[in-house]
Design a protein around this ligand. Structure first.
Ligand code: SF4
Length: 352
């Protein structure tokens, strides 16, 4: 073990963060925590992890669950394809008879990429493998004053990997990156590995890692409609594949360039539900940022009481719900914001 790793692990042994998925380690718990932690902060994940483990304490229980039950436990965490893949992976594990014990086996599960396989393999299976996320990339790029991208940081991580303690090594670097070697304010004077850090010695810590050019996030507009019947509103379930797959929302559609919200809403109801409607005034609008677009969602009232029954050519389910009590179904944060608008019938509210 080199001097850098020795100092890193000595620090980790006394300063490691106590987290529920670390305090009791099983492949199942490590896997679920890693799925939840993708793109999501630890503090946000903690209550979700506790609720999820109490509802689905074993991979068998998760595999047996209806997709709606899984999605409802995920509501608000975002990136819903993670939950769908995780559910499919749970079924795959049960079909295998046990959690895979090799890196190749873990990597073959739906939704498991190179990083996650490394994290599960090193933390829960005792394999000597690296797991490079943004934190490890940042720390190692600064330690070596390396301009490498994240892919290239795997070889830096592997070069320091201690045999038999890869899980602690990866988690130590994750903790160091999130708590000390932070993107904008690295706290070098209290860093346990500052003696080994080339960027600290050179005084140019914040030049590393070299940033990839930022892509411009396109702006799009969408519309959804509030169709009421006896105090309830119509919600629909999206097709299983694609954005928000399997989640419920108010019926609507992405607007074409220059298309007015009321025109788009008529198109949505006609094409997707076989209903002819006359949209009323705006009830409000919601701004939402996704990984690939910034979205403005217009919410329009549909004043005519619903009589015709929707046909399901696009959506996979339609049901009437009380907006404040949607029940045990998966609803994205965006759809929940729109439902909050639908729950208050006065026009022209805005949520940001
Ligand atoms: S000395 Fe500073 S830049 Fe280097 S690893 Fe520690 S916190 Fe990061």
């Amino acid at each position: 073990m080199d001097a850098f790793t020795t100092d890193l692990l000595a620090w980790y042994d006394t300063h490691r963060r106590s987290l529920p998925w670390r305090d009791t380690v099983t492949p199942y718990r490590t896997w679920i925590s890693e799925v939840m932690l993708q793109q999501t902060r630890v503090d946000t994940v903690l209550p979700y992890f506790a609720r999820f483990m109490s509802r689905f304490p074993t991979v068998e229980r998760l595999a047996d669950a209806e997709q709606d039950e899984v999605m409802s436990m995920w509501s608000g965490l975002g990136y819903y394809s993670r939950a769908r893949n995780m559910h499919a992976a749970a079924k795959a594990v049960v079909a295998l008879g046990a959690f895979p014990t090799t890196l190749k086996g873990v990597r073959a599960l739906p939704g498991v990429g190179e990083y996650m396989a490394g994290a599960i393999g090193s933390i829960a299976l005792g394999l000597d493998v690296a797991a490079v996320d943004g934190n490890l990339h940042r720390v190692l790029a600064r330690i070596h004053r390396s301009t490498t991208d994240r892919k290239g940081a795997w070889s830096l991580a592997a070069a320091h990997l201690p045999a038999g303690r890869a899980g602690d090594y990866n988690q130590a670097l994750m903790d160091l990156g999130s708590g000390t070697c932070k993107p904008r304010r690295a706290e070098c004077p209290r860093c346990p590995v500052s003696a080994h850090c080339a960027a600290f010695a050179a005084g140019d810590v914040h030049k590393y890692p070299v940033k990839a050019k930022k892509k411009v996030t396109p702006r799009r507009e969408a519309v959804c409609g509030v169709l009421r019947r006896e105090g309830r509103v119509l919600i629909v379930r999206r097709p299983a594949a694609g954005l928000y797959g399997g989640m419920y929302e108010l019926p609507g559609i992405l607007l074409n360039t220059g298309e007015a919200p009321d025109v788009g809403l008529r198109r949505a109801f006609s094409e997707r539900l076989g209903l002819t409607i006359a949209p009323g005034g705006p009830l409000g609008r919601v701004q939402h940022t996704l990984t690939h677009m910034k979205l403005t969602l217009h919410i329009l009232d549909i004043p005519t009481p619903a009589s015709a029954t929707p046909t399901l050519s696009h959506y996979t389910d339609a049901r009437w719900i009380t907006p404040t009590e949607p029940g045990d179904i998966g609803i994205s944060t965006l759809a929940a914001k729109a439902l909050a608008v639908a729950a208050k019938p006065e026009p022209q509210r805005m949520l940001f």
